[in-house]
Write a protein that binds this ligand. Structure first.
Ligand code: M6R
Length: 609
């Protein structure tokens, strides 16, 4: 999604803003822009495409000077990918300049009102409308004008505003889209996430919804849009610079795939009490009684997080014996869901900012559900709005294609399941055994990662094929969906994931000579049935690639290629079987020459509907 960075201090803003934009590139964008106040005047430079295009343009124009400025990466929502639609937007009449993440839903009505007052628009964006509204309401106090304008708008926003008439002030506000303020020594860096801040300061505060902050070099003042003062808490950013740098890898996705063993060890640290046969989860322990009494668990998420949630559904029903269902947040929020007594809703999200997941969570809470979060980004909106939760602790995920967060989400959902199961039906011995196996997952992933070059070779064999199938059953049906999603989002190859049994009900018609079909056929309750499904594909000329359990030599009789994973209890197997699929997707994208970390049209975190 769009990225925001702004600066006020004593340094030249341009250098710092460019560095910030580069750190935010991973969020996904299609144009970029920057503005500073130079000798009392707002100067704006914008460019379509990469931040490097903006950088070139700045150089051609001799650069922007000034100690106060703002910069933005835009992911188009209102209006095409053009320079006039890129941010910042300026209201020439008032000298107001703005960058904005989110969507102003009632912008059309405001635009009509402003047009009647003589405003001329140069873009198709809702953001320009907001700039002009603030300009229209400006009466010598930028903070008051921003508050007044925001009282008129509906929708989501994180904004930074400056004005030629107050060249020593930044005003920022948020509703629905994240925004934080880094507090340095005589300087402030405002950004949509900590990655643009952490190289300058580790002290920061998050803005809450409907909050406005006015920043000058001498300090800041925070209030609501109704001008009620609020006191944000400055906290230590839990982000290390090395975590957001490539460190020898070619891409963040590759780095994050290889980081998974370390990420999981961090996730498990202090949470598995093997001696007592108990899972220790500080973030939910205050709600233990309510959780034990749960009669239904609804897991809600989007994309990869939904695939993890689906595995959570299987885990919770199978091991904790509580009816569970995983559902797209975008569907759940609008379908008037029935929330019975003792329903627990679990929002699963890497970013903690996905608009649909947040809205589904609010809907469920309003209807009386206990809300848990399974979130990676500390202090994110979902983390703050849930009653309780468990952080993934897998470190920042920069690659747009989610990998370590998926494995972290499945790991945390397993811990939550064992937490519940042990307090309901599971014996201490059984729980201890599962925890031991869980703690063995990182080492097993390391063994799979050693096969990286073989996985690349297998991928290369099929790299020209435009249609792939991913098939699995039981716990590995969601893994098949995840394998297909990974392949399509970064290599742009059409891939479909489905339960292996579903193939006969239609998709089998797609199978033609040489079509790659990736089966997950690890040892488990439905192994024999998956083998039958494999035969069905083979007999129609499809090329079968199988993810199988080490030692399964038989499988070679039905598969062209076999990628082995170590044996493990079936409920824990998706954390292993997904690894070859992640690597296949990664290599396919590299072999096809795509920008793995910045796939076309995609944003890291989808903060609009
Ligand atoms: O931040 P979230 O986990 O809530 O994001 C949900 C999806 O947008 C995300 O998983 C998306 O599907 C990824 N691009 C998948 O790789």
């Amino acid at each position: 999604m769009c990225g925001i960075v702004a600066y006020i201090g004593n340094k030249q803003a341009q250098t710092l803003l460019l560095e910030g934009l580069k750190r935010l590139e991973y969020r996904g964008y299609d144009s970029a822009g920057m503005a500073t106040i130079e000798d009392g005047h707002v100067r704006v430079v914008r460019a379509v495409g990469r931040v490097s295009n903006l950088e070139d343009k700045l150089e051609d124009l001799g650069g922007l000077r000034g100690n106060l400025g703002m910069a933005h990466t835009r992911w188009a929502t209102h209006g095409g990918v053009t320079e006039p639609n890129a941010h910042p937007h300026r209201d020439d009449k008032s000298g107001v300049c703005i960058i904005h993440n989110g969507i102003i839903e009632n912008y059309a009505a405001i635009k009509t009102y402003l047009a009647e007052k003589g405003h001329k628009f140069t873009s198709d964006t809702d953001t320009e409308v907001l700039a002009m509204l603030i300009g229209e309401l400006y009466e010598g106090d930028l903070e008051a004008a921003v508050q007044a304008a925001l009282r008129e708008v509906t929708g989501a926003y994180a904004i930074v505003v400056m004005c030629e008439k107050e060249p020593e002030t930044l005003v920022c506000a948020r509703k629905g889209s994240p925004l934080m303020v880094g507090v340095g020594n005589g300087e402030y860096i405002v950004a949509s996430d900590g990655s643009a801040i952490v190289s300058h300061t580790t002290q920061a505060f998050h803005l809450d919804d409907y909050n406005v902050v006015k920043i000058t070099r001498s300090g800041f003042h925070t209030s609501t849009i109704h001008n009620v003062p609020v006191n944000p808490k400055v906290v230590q950013l839990e982000l290390e610079l090395q975590e957001i740098e490539l460190g020898g890898f070619s891409h963040f996705m590759q780095k994050e795939i290889f980081e998974q063993p370390k990420a999981l060890r961090n996730c498990f640290r202090g949470r598995c009490d093997i001696d007592e046969g108990r899972v220790v989860l500080g973030g939910v322990s205050g709600f233990t009684k309510e959780l034990i009494k749960a009669r239904r668990v609804v897991l809600t998420a989007q994309g990869t997080a939904l695939h993890a949630a689906m595995i959570g559904e299987y885990l919770i029903e199978d091991l904790a014996k509580i009816p569970a269902v995983a559902e797209y947040a975008s569907e759940f929020r609008y379908r008037n869901p029935i929330i019975e007594d003792n329903t627990v809703v679990v929002a699963v999200s890497q970013s903690g900012e996905t608009a649909d997941t947040l809205a589904a969570l609010r809907e469920a809470k309003d209807r009386g559900a206990l809300a848990l979060g399974v979130v990676n980004v500390v202090g994110s909106s979902i983390a703050r709005e849930t009653d309780a939760g468990v952080y993934l602790r897998v470190g920042p995920e920069i690659g747009v294609a989610s990998t370590k967060a998926f494995v972290g989400q499945v790991a945390v959902l397993t811990l939550v399941t064992l937490f519940l199961a042990r307090r309901r039906y599971m014996s201490g011995d059984m729980c201890a055994q599962m925890m031991k196996s869980l703690q063995g997952v990182p080492e097993k992933i390391e063994r799979i990662l050693e096969q990286d070059s073989k996985i690349r070779q297998v991928t290369e064999k099929y790299i020209e094929r435009e249609n792939w199938l991913f098939l699995g059953r039981g716990y590995n049906y969601p893994t098949a969906l995840e394998g297909a999603l990974k392949l399509k989002e970064i290599s742009y190859i059409h891939a479909e994931g489905m339960p292996a049994a579903e193939m006969k009900h239609g998709p089998i018609a797609l199978i033609n000579e040489g079509m790659p079909a990736v089966f997950i056929a690890n040892r488990g309750r439905q192994y024999e049935k998956v083998i039958s499904n494999i035969q069905e594909v083979r007999s129609r000329g499809g090329h079968v690639i199988v993810v199988a359990t080490e030692g399964d030599e038989n499988i070679k009789r039905v598969a062209e290629d076999v990628l082995y994973v170590p044996d493990i209890e079936e409920p824990l197997s998706p954390m292993l079987t997904v690894i070859p699929l992640q690597l296949m997707a990664y290599h396919a994208a590299v072999l096809r020459g795509h920008d793995v970390d910045k796939p076309r049209n995609l944003a890291k975190s989808v903060t609009v509907e």
